[in-house]
Design a protein around this ligand. Structure first.
Ligand code: KIV
Length: 282
């Protein structure tokens, strides 16, 4: 796609229902991000997220996905200790989580690890610039590569990740002209988040994109819906209707006498149209 000049999309997903929605909308890649620690678990960083937790969410996402490529995000300390340890954990994302590739943060320092994982047949997405797992080393969630020297460091990191065999790279929280420079100098696609319009692809956290994070509004997030506001409104109406005795009406209730089962023309019994439990209707 990069060679053809076609942009593509990545969005985070953490469960089967959202995966189905995003997949149906045509998202190319679903990232089961360690951001789940913040948006699903309510933590204030991604650091406590474990391999088991991300794999659990990967499996759920895989069940809801028909077409998209699924990337499992390797959490803090699942790949930093040694390349062998990283390889063992990366394998679990494919074998247990049904992911198609893994993502890990870091530049030149992580090159031997990326090389090792790729050599075992596991596709890797890199991630440089603002790397949330290094939040304390960076002194907070700060834009990276703002000085000339720091921009050179981020560019060198991106090159090292490509040389190590990654098939794509996330550029997070860097100035747009630096992202353009990196995009033009790499042959693998760049996937931007807070990195401006010149990347080959873009990624957003699905909760941000859909307006599910009322207390968080980073500059780089465009909300395409207001799910939180609409959700509060819908649930308020439900509460009002239950309290006012308007829900459930007969339409949403079961009668006492069982209806006879419908018969097909050849006399064979057909199943009822609706099911009583939590399942498909129709
Ligand atoms: O965990 C995540 O959601 C990410 C994206 C922000 C790129 O790493």
């Amino acid at each position: 796609m990069k060679e053809r000049g076609e942009r593509f999309t990545m969005v985070t997903a953490y469960d089967a229902t959202f995966a189905q929605l995003l997949d149906e909308a045509g998202v190319d890649m679903l990232l089961v991000g360690d951001s789940l620690g913040m948006v699903v678990q309510g933590r204030d960083s991604t650091l406590p997220v474990t391999v088991d937790e991300v794999i659990y969410h990967c499996r759920a996402v895989a069940r809801g996905t028909r077409c998209a490529h699924i990337v499992g995000d390797m959490p803090f300390m699942s790949y930093q200790v040694s390349p062998v340890d990283a390889l063992r954990n990366a394998g679990r994302f494919l074998a247990e989580g049904a992911a198609h590739s893994v993502k890990l943060e870091g530049g030149a320092d992580m090159a031997p690890t990326i090389r090792r994982i790729v050599a075992a047949g596991i596709p890797v997405v890199g991630h440089v610039g603002l790397t949330p797992q290094s939040v304390h080393a960076m002194g907070g969630f700060r834009v990276q590569g703002r000085t000339a020297a720091d921009a050179e460091r981020v560019l060198a990191d991106a090159r090292a990740v490509e040389d190590a065999g990654a098939f794509a790279i996330v550029l997070e929280g860097i100035p747009l002209d630096l992202a353009q420079r990196i995009t033009e100098s790499l042959s693998i696609p760049t996937i931007g988040i807070g990195a401006g319009p010149h990347c080959d692809a873009q990624v957003l956290v699905c909760y941000d994109l859909l307006g599910l994070t009322p207390n968080l509004r980073p500059k780089f997030v465009k909300r395409y819906a207001e799910f939180y506001r609409d959700g509060v409104d819908a649930v308020r109406r439900y509460c009002d209707e239950v309290r006012g005795g308007e829900f459930p009406t007969k339409e949403y209730s079961f009668g006492g006498a069982r209806k006879r089962r419908r018969k097909s023309p050849d006399g064979e019994q057909k199943p009822p149209l609706k099911v009583a439990g939590y399942g498909p209707v129709g």
